[in-house]
Design a protein around this ligand. Structure first.
Ligand SMILES: [Fe+2]
Length: 371
């Protein structure tokens, strides 16, 4: 199996150890809205996200910087909060109505999760919210009310060649992807793409609420950790401009992987590491997924075009490194080890290459062989 398999439904069976489905209906999630990350040097992080990447400062004080992208009309898409340990404090989703917050409370209390209601003003720019430690150990947040700010879509006097226009998605590391997917489907998400092997091991899955490839993805590994948060640009050339700017500033060490085109999602991509090592993806031009019968794409873990459509190798740090996440007291969550096969070990051999498609070596296509 080398070509991706296309079906019309989630191809990942729910596991025997699945998290029970609550009888309470799930909150109606509109989209991923913002991430709150803890940074150890607020000035250094501000310089990276504002001076280099060009995110817009909505508000700031000595403890935190609230940033948004150019097409955003809500208060922020990223909060940089000063703290002792680089980690993620919240993956935050906007819900459709204020009543959806009550649904979130009931949904997670039924799952036995720690749930906190936070009143307006706890986080600048948003109203009442619900924060939970979800069954996978991630700090999830839900909110509806939000302060509107100027949408800078038409402010071409302010936009730069590498302009970041939207928050696109989160990516989470969790040890048991099928267990995570079953819970996320209960929460109302739909699978759009996944990576499996012929034995049925699932290595990663992409899930959406808004009609793009994803609002979040689950990547198999020791977790809970945050793999990356992704911002969208309008065009591929905006990503090239970011690379050129980083080079001109002698900051190319921040580039971890890419630029390139993904197989999964078909998007053009670039991965950066911020001053604390938090991973940021710049992402553009995936596809519409909003029809009820949107085809689901399953990639073979041995297809070297799944992670990079041009077949370029994935650097090992991309598989191994990720950010810690915090519990509701602000303490780092301990990690649970993945016991299924890891994608890195399956696809990057002792030679350090990721070109492992079955049969290719015999055909002389393996990197390092003479054609
Ligand atoms: Fe991504």
């Amino acid at each position: 199996m080398t070509e991706p398999v296309v079906t019309d439904r989630n191809p990942i069976p729910a596991p025997a150890n699945r998290i029970p489905t609550p009888s309470s209906p799930a909150p109606d999630i509109v989209r991923c809205a913002y991430m709150e990350i803890v940074v150890t040097d607020l000035a250094a992080s501000r310089a990276f996200y504002v001076d280099v990447l060009g995110l817009v400062v909505t508000e700031e004080d000595d403890e935190a910087v609230y940033l948004r992208s150019f097409e955003e009309f809500i208060h922020h898409n990223l909060v940089l909060r000063k703290g002792p340990v680089a980690a993620v404090a919240a993956f935050s989703y906007r819900v459709r109505t204020p009543e959806d917050l009550d649904l979130a409370v009931a949904f997670y209390e039924e799952l036995g999760c720690r749930v906190e209601r936070r009143t307006s003003g706890w986080t600048k720019g948003i109203g009442d919210s619900v924060r939970v430690e979800d069954p996978l150990g991630f700090p999830y947040e839900f909110f509806h009310e939000v302060e509107h700010v100027e949408r800078l879509a038409w402010r071409y006097d302010l936009q730069t060649p590498g302009c970041l226009v939207r928050l696109d998605h989160f990516n989470q590391v969790t040890p048991d992807v099928p267990r995570a997917v079953a819970y996320m489907e209960d929460l109302g998400f739909r699978v759009t793409e996944d990576i499996q092997d012929e034995a049925g091991t699932t290595y990663a899955a992409w899930m959406r609420r808004k009609p793009t490839v994803h609002d979040t993805a689950m990547t198999g590994g020791d977790g809970p950790r945050m793999h990356h948060v992704a911002f969208a640009t309008h065009e591929k050339h905006n990503i090239i401009a970011i690379c050129d700017k980083l080079g001109a500033l002698r900051l190319s060490d921040h580039i971890e992987r890419g630029p390139g085109r993904h197989g999964v999602s078909n998007a053009f991509y670039l991965y950066l590491r911020d001053p604390d090592g938090h991973r940021i993806e710049i992402y553009t031009q995936d596809y519409w997924t909003g029809d009820p019968d949107n085809p689901v794409v399953t990639w073979d873990v041995h297809d070297n075009q799944r992670r990079d459509w041009w077949g370029n190798s994935v650097v090992p740090s991309w598989y191994t490194d990720a950010s810690l996440v915090l519990d509701l007291d602000g303490e780092p969550k301990p990690l649970v080890t993945r016991t299924d096969d890891s994608e890195m070990e399956v696809t990057i051999g002792a030679d350090g290459f990721s070109y492992t498609r079955e049969g290719d070596a015999a055909k002389g296509f393996k990197l390092g062989n003479t054609l």
